[in-house]
Design a protein around this ligand. Structure first.
Ligand code: ADP
Length: 270
């Protein structure tokens, strides 16, 4: 690799600044590589549903007399176009998030309102698998940021917990405040993830089981979006999991200091 050669030559010459230059170049090349990978992946991912819709449209045309076939093809077309819509929405969301920061447009957001909205919106998929979403004890807390993005992030975690869990299980949503951070966690009794997969699930389009994921309706971008929302808010998302037991995803965000708290700094005792 070009960089390594430059570094070796720099080492021979003992000139440290060349190494620094090489590092800068590496950074730019890496950003470019990531962007190129993203474009390649997006093209690949879009081609699948678009190709399927086009084939199904052809099949529809040629089987206009067969009512049953028409219904079957139309149903599959509907499914593929929903997949395409979800994919386009996630791609737009992710590209909007990349490199953005909420510092200018942010507002004080009540974390409980975020939890309530995310849980409400995930109720339908949960009911279809007879999964109960259990919300733990609430903590009054405010974070600075974008309410809609925070709901999207938490919803992605809850939807995944439902998607990768068997029927008749529970999904727990908990919130804690510690050391100036608000931690919102989503725990499932699902299939869990191996240590190798745990390292990779936040990558764009990474799926443990691509074929099945297509079937279950994921886009492969959900956790990537969560990661970006977390970092845009100055926070992080972490994962604990054991295969066969379940997973816990935790979103940690800096807590806003309460505006009602008395400001005692600089106040002298009478
Ligand atoms: P997808 O749209 O495929 O769900 P994500 O980025 O949300 O994409 O997740 C990436 C992959 O991580 C999923 O395909 C799945 O294999 C795995 N995964 C995510 N959440 C969980 C979970 N709660 N339990 C087990 N596996 C999960």
């Amino acid at each position: 690799h070009g960089t390594i050669i430059v570094q070796v030559r720099a080492a021979m010459l003992g000139e440290e600044y060349i190494v620094l230059l090489a590092d800068d170049r590496t950074e730019i090349t890496r950003t470019e590589e990531i962007r190129n990978d993203f474009v390649a992946n997006v093209s690949h991912e879009l081609k699948t549903p678009v190709g399927a819709i086009s084939l199904l449209a052809e099949a529809l045309e040629s089987s206009a007399d067969d009512e049953q076939a028409v219904r079957r093809f139309a149903k599959r077309m509907h499914k593929e176009s929903s997949r395409l819509a979800a994919l386009v929405q996630d791609i737009i969301e992710l590209s909007r998030l990349q490199g953005a920061s909420v510092s200018q447009e942010g507002k004080a957001v009540d974390i409980n309102a975020v939890i309530t909205e995310a849980v409400d919106r995930s109720q339908l998929p949960a009911e279809s698998k007879n999964i109960r979403i259990v919300v733990g004890e609430r903590v009054e807390a405010t974070v600075f940021g974008d309410r809609d993005l925070l709901v999207t992030a938490l919803r992605n975690l809850i939807d995944n917990a439902i998607r990768y869990s068997p029927e008749n299980t529970r999904v727990g949503v908990g919130v804690r405040s510690k050391d100036g951070l608000i931690a919102v966690s989503v725990t499932d009794q699902g299939e869990g993830l191996t240590p190798e997969d745990q390292e990779r699930v936040f990558e764009r389009f990474y799926r443990v089981d691509a074929a099945r994921s297509r079937h279950t309706g994921g886009t492969g971008l959900g956790l990537s979006i969560v990661k970006h929302v977390a970092s845009n808010h100055g926070g992080e998302v972490t994962l604990w999991s054991r295969p066969g037991q379940g997973s816990t995803f935790t979103l940690r965000l800096p807590e806003m200091e309460s505006q009602d708290a008395p400001d005692t700094a600089g106040v002298k005792e009478p």
